[in-house]
Design a protein around this ligand. Structure first.
Ligand code: HEM
Length: 363
């Protein structure tokens, strides 16, 4: 395979449609968005509308309220709390469910089933993942059947948008189900993990205090989120391998048709010609907006606007609360797992939460 290591080359590969997401010669039936044009264009076109900035921004108030509601009871719990379990994961899942149109009463169930599906890779072949998949599939199928019988404004959520009979054609059930099922899988661990990284810099590097006292806090919070997205590359949301669909001339080299090309976002986002001192977390860096944590080109993350909004709401809720957090173990001692999709995530982030005292700086 060919490995791209520079920012510009990685961007160029991802933007170049001569590179396919499937090995040349395989055209298996696939109902997901992870395929090439023209099918990709058609499927992405079906779901793109509800994820534009104009359609996502109105969710800010609801996601802000979710974040505050999750934080509110924490100070009353004695002993360390797992911030992944009590904050990052439910916030992310609830936000995706809100956009998709999963009723509030069913969100815990969807999260439990998705957790069951996204088991550590060592158990990936096991009955746990398979059972979770079947149950989640069953739930989504029944939800769509239920929703077909309801009248909703097409703009109210993603399922309503997909069910609306725009030009006399309806989206087949199998595509609808695959699309709805894919979203928590694509957007859940990745965004929850970025929130975990927010805890790291807020609680161990003094950023909670900095953001609480900064005169231009909202602007700095937005930059903080962009730097999180740059730094989390490699853990989550890495680009899929690409395959040359024709012989591609790359500088003075030819990449022969059919060969695999890996264009890692982690390398692009740590290219020191674009991000000097790349391993340092620095929200003030002038090139902050250049990160490609959501990819480039036609496969650029569908949920980017939602993920960014969730992160902004999570950080704002933590900064605007009066809570103090003390990590129960040093960040470096936290154990991480990875699931069968290659996402890496901390098993837990344990902290004592109080409304008094000072923010503890560990690690
Ligand atoms: C911080 C969180 C997230 C990160 C870092 C992330 C990252 C990425 C990246 C890098 C890609 C492109 C992969 C490639 O080019 O091979 C991608 C694609 C995708 N993401 Fe995300 N993502 C995040 C959150 C979300 C959310 C919240 C959703 C949906 C609710 C989502 C849905 C998708 C989908 C459907 C695709 C495939 C797009 C296509 O092929 O056209 N992601 N994501």
């Amino acid at each position: 395979m060919w490995l791209m290591t520079r920012y510009e080359d990685i961007r160029s590969v991802l933007a170049d449609v001569s590179f396919s997401v499937s090995p040349v010669g395989t055209s298996e039936a696939n109902d997901s968005i992870f395929q090439d044009p023209p099918e990709h264009t058609r499927l992405r076109g079906l779901v793109a509308g509800p994820f534009t900035p104009r359609r996502i921004e109105p969710y800010r108030a609801a996601i802000d309220a979710m974040a505050k509601a999750l934080l509110e009871p924490l100070a009353r719990v004695s002993g360390p709390i797992d911030l992944m379990e009590r904050f990052a994961r439910p916030l992310t899942m609830n936000a995706i469910c809100e956009v998709v149109g999963v009723p509030a009463a069913d969100r815990e169930l969807v999260r439990r089933l998705t957790d069951q599906l996204l088991v550590p890779s060592s158990e990936a072949e096991g009955a746990v993942a398979f059972g979770g998949w079947l149950e989640l599939n069953g739930y989504v199928t029944s939800l769509i059947a239920r929703r077909r019988g309801e009248h909703r404004e097409p703009d109210s959520d993603l399922i309503a948008h997909l069910l609306c009979d725009k030009d006399g054609s309806t989206v087949p059930d199998v595509e609808l189900t695959t699309m709805v099922l894919g979203l928590p899988i694509a957007g859940y661990v990745s965004t929850a993990n970025a929130i975990a990284l927010a805890f790291r810099y807020l609680l161990t590097d003094g950023w909670l205090e900095t953001l609480r006292t900064a005169p231009d806090s909202p602007r700095l919070q937005a930059l903080f989120v962009e730097e999180l997205l740059r730094m989390q590359s490699g853990d989550n949301g890495e680009s899929m391998p690409r395959f040359a669909s024709v012989d591609v001339q790359w500088g003075d080299t030819t990449i022969p048709k059919g060969e695999m090309v890996v264009a890692p976002l982690v390398a692009a986002n740590r290219d020191d010609t674009v991000f000097p001192d790349p391993d340092t977390f620095d929200p003030h860096r002038p090139s902050s907006a250049k990160h490609i944590g959501f990819g480039v080109g036609i496969h650029r993350c569908l949920g980017a606007n939602l993920a960014r909004l969730e992160l902004q709401c999570a950080v704002a809720a933590l900064v605007n609360s009066t809570l103090c957090f003390e990590l129960a173990e040093d960040w470096a001692a936290i154990s991480w797992s990875s699931n069968m999709f290659g996402d890496r995530y901390p098993d837990r982030v344990l902290a004592s939460v109080t409304t008094e005292g000072t923010v503890h700086r560990a690690g």
